[in-house]
Design a binder for this molecule. Structure first.
Ligand code: ZN
Length: 260
């Protein structure tokens, strides 16, 4: 974090910042980002300020720039969406947040919103408490479980499923594939496969292919079942978070904790 603060200090040297801007906070919300990313965030924040005809960069400009960099796309505050869609998105995000909060080794939830951004209808932001070099198996599993929370909430509360989980499932699948094929973290054994294309390669025999395939599906199913168990046990919490999201669109960490 200290390293990021010094990088940020260099990049804001010729910029005018509002008095409330705390570079420590910017650093806190950008774990794992390197020099070029941070330079980008400062640039984006400056552009936001210019767009808003402000001659200083505010904390909100930084927040927007960070979210844009982490989630992609711009905030679409005025996009009109149907009440039904809005409600489904709220359950989906509440599902992520409640599952993450209930899963040990999961990163703390910092923000939940149902304001659309780019391709996503909303998002739940969880950030690690500190930067780390290693990913523990428990942490990877916790991430997959959290990713399943959105889809599971749709199933249990909206009685149908949507395309909203597409990116979640993509990331979850990637993580499960990494565990099996790159990290030696599954029942399939310690052998590492160079790339997912190994699946298609001739030297991956049918039996090996089946073992890998099975191991990946097992991880995904296990995490899905965990998310389902959590949401079934915490229906009230999901309901409260959803109603709060429908009312105020965005919840901070403190508001979320108070609700659950
Ligand atoms: Zn999601």
């Amino acid at each position: 974090m200290k390293g990021r603060v010094s990088i940020l200090e260099v990049h804001v040297k010729d910029r005018r910042l509002a008095e409330d801007v705390n570079l420590m906070d910017v650093a806190k919300f950008t774990p794992g980002l390197v020099g070029a990313d941070l330079a980008n965030i400062v640039n984006e924040a400056a552009i936001m300020a210019v767009r808003g005809s402000r001659d200083v960069i505010s904390t909100l400009d930084f927040q927007e720039a960070i979210e844009k960099s982490l989630i992609g796309g711009v905030q679409l505050k005025n996009r009109v969406i149907s009440e039904d869609e809005r409600r489904t998105i709220a359950y989906h995000e509440a599902g992520h947040a409640v599952v993450m909060h209930a899963t040990p080794h999961s990163d703390p939830v910092y923000k939940i919103t149902i304001i659309p951004r780019g391709q996503s209808g909303g998002f739940t932001m969880a950030l690690p408490e500190q930067d780390s070099i290693l990913m523990f198996r428990n942490q990877i599993m916790a991430r997959i479980i959290g990713l399943m929370g959105g889809r599971v909430a749709e199933e249990l509360f909206c009685h149908d499923i949507t395309s909203g989980a597409s990116n979640d499932l993509q990331v979850a699948t990637q993580l499960a594939e990494d565990m099996v094929m790159r990290l030696g973290m599954s029942v399939s054994g310690l052998r590492v496969f160079r790339r997912p294309e190994a699946f298609a390669a001739l030297h991956t025999g049918q039996k090996t292919f089946e073992t890998l395939d099975k191991a990946i599906n097992e991880i995904l199913n296990e995490c899905y079942e965990d998310a389902k168990r959590i949401i079934s046990e915490k229906r009230d919490a999901v309901e409260r978070v959803t109603q709060a999201l429908l009312q105020q669109e965005t919840l901070t960490r403190e508001e979320f904790i108070a609700l659950i």
